[in-house]
Design a protein around this ligand. Structure first.
Ligand code: FAD
Length: 469
């Protein structure tokens, strides 16, 4: 009997336990992606990037004589319809760990089982599934470092090779056309500008990993803080869609560590931050929607995403160069350097005293590496209300950060036009990417700070102290 391989965030052929298990079952394998409500709910940039990922993955399947069947609608209804149409006896998929996916997948599994279908979920999106890591007293980790200690010496299974053959069926069920899904509809004209910055598909991800471990990983400890240096793996977009597996990254990093590479341990540690984010999301799903520390509900956050100050933040016009460069970088590329994410998040939640959810929502819409767990943890970390967080009173100064991490001014030159004698192409492209309705252009003067750095800092500290957190 045929086997349905239900794909979600695992758009790869290598190190894919669900695919391997599906093939082992013996029958022809039918890869399926369902555009259900979780896909409909994605922000503009991640949805567009998912469309690119699906296109690349469909091609990779076709090169091996297989196909990607696309269906739209409720996941269970579509799977049942496909079972009826193909006579499939089993459905395999890779587990996800966010609350909506868990609820959906549980319901799908029990309904399919009741129908007499062999429904099986598999690991693959994480190395350390949340329930496999426990504190000494049987709880979950709320702080990163002890979690790192708990997993760092674990054996992570060697990545599985891509199967030589995909065992396609003779007859294929009908499929939607990807173009009809219009995955880029909300990207407007920014999509063409954003496209060259994407690293789409399994082959591109593997090339990038090979490039990274072949050199940049050695200087990672230092380079990872410099936003103008191409010194990090940039694999987050691939990890988010499963175009590469965390275990493939882990083993590549580990090999370098054993060769004595200094930066390798630091890089592997970052992979565990991703695991930690999912660990927390699984054990405390509210991390994605509410202040993790409830006492922060009393804090006088601004929750309005449309104030002049917040609009200036969104549009990269706060008058603070590090913040503006970073916000423009994200608008053009769909990415933002990690240090820059920390700076803009700190500035929004502290200098502008705006709720982290406002920033989270903007990132949800604009990051092509959007990841529900890392984004939520990153925001709660920066805002000071998360489980493992920077204290609210520790307020990054974007100007001294810039002096420290962008000494030559390359990051600012890459993204700021105003006041530059010879603006760079990337900086100018921001004005082609943004909507006309913003009514701003490269000839405008560089804005005055919407809030002075010391004034914003004082305001935030006073509000914080008033409530004696
Ligand atoms: P590298 O430095 O090469 O690290 C390797 C991998 O480790 C990354 O690809 C990523 O999967 C993981 N990683 C690295 N740093 C972190 C971290 N701090 N937290 C969790 N995982 C990490 N990351 C996302 O993937 N998606 C998001 O939506 C996201 N939102 C963020 C929001 C805020 C406010 C902050 C402060 C951080 C956010 N991060 C997010 C984490 C981090 O900024 C990115 O993972 C990183 O910049 C990706 O670049 P890279 O692939 O070159 O990472």
């Amino acid at each position: 009997k045929p086997v349905l391989l239900w794909l979600r965030r695992d758009l790869r052929l290598s190190d894919h336990p669900a695919l391997t298990a599906g093939l082992k079952a013996g029958g022809p394998v039918i890869p399926v992606f369902i555009h259900d409500e979780t896909v409909a709910a994605l922000g503009a940039a991640p949805k567009w990037r998912l469309g690119l990922g699906l296109e690349a993955f469909a091609k990779a399947l076709e090169e091996k004589g297989s196909r990607l069947i696309l269906r739209k609608g409720d996941a269970l209804e579509q799977l049942r319809a496909l079972v009826d149409e193909t006579g499939a006896g089993a459905v395999h998929w890779s587990r996800l760990y966010d609350p909506d996916a868990i609820e959906r997948d549980k319901a799908v599994k029990s309904a399919l089982k009741e129908d007499g279908i062999d429904a099986q979920s598999h690991a693959g999106h994480l190395m350390f599934e949340p329930w496999t890591v426990e504190t000494k007293d049987g709880g979950y980790y709320k702080v990163y470092t002890p979690m790192w200690r708990a997993v760092k010496d674990r054996d992570v299974a060697e990545p599985l090779k891509a199967p030589a053959k995909l065992n396609p069926p003779k007859d294929w069920p009908a499929s939607d056309a990807l173009d009809d899904w219009k995955m880029g509809a909300a990207m407007d004209r920014g999509a063409q500008i954003c496209l060259p910055y994407q690293q789409v598909g399994e082959a591109a991800a593997q090339d990038r990993l090979a490039w990274f471990v072949d050199g940049p990983i050695n200087d990672y400890g230092d380079a990872r803080d410099k936003p103008a240096v191409d010194g990090t793996s940039c694999l987050s977009e691939n990890l988010a869609l499963g175009e590469i597996s965390p275990a493939q990254c882990w083993h590549a990093g580990l090999r370098k560590l054993h060769e004595g590479s200094k930066g390798a341990e630091q890089w592997i540690k970052e992979l565990v931050w991703r695991e930690f984010a999912y660990h927390l999301l699984y054990h405390t799903p509210q991390i994605a929607t509410r202040n993790w520390r409830e006492k922060w509900d009393e804090f006088p956050w601004n929750e309005n995403g449309d104030t002049d100050e917040v609009m200036a933040w969104k549009q990269g016009r706060t008058g603070i160069k590090f913040v503006d460069a970073a916000m423009r970088e994200m608008y053009v590329t769909g990415r933002m350097h990690n240090r820059a994410r920390m700076i803009v998040a700190s500035y929004l939640t502290k200098h502008l005293m705006t709720h982290w959810r406002v920033g989270q929502a903007w990132f949800d819409a604009h990051l092509t590496d959007w990841d529900i767990a890392s984004n939520a943890l990153g925001w709660q970390w920066a805002a000071g209300c998360g489980p493992d967080a920077t204290p609210y009173f520790r307020i990054f100064n974007p100007e001294t950060q810039l002096e420290k991490f962008d000494k030559q001014g390359n990051y600012v030159r890459a993204w700021i036009v105003e006041g530059m004698k010879e603006p760079t192409e990337s900086a100018l492209s921001y004005f082609d990417a943004i909507p006309r309705s913003w009514n701003i252009g490269p000839d405008d003067p560089y804005p005055e700070p919407v809030v002075g750095l010391s004034e914003g800092r004082e305001r935030a500290l006073n509000a914080y102290q008033d409530r004696s957190f």
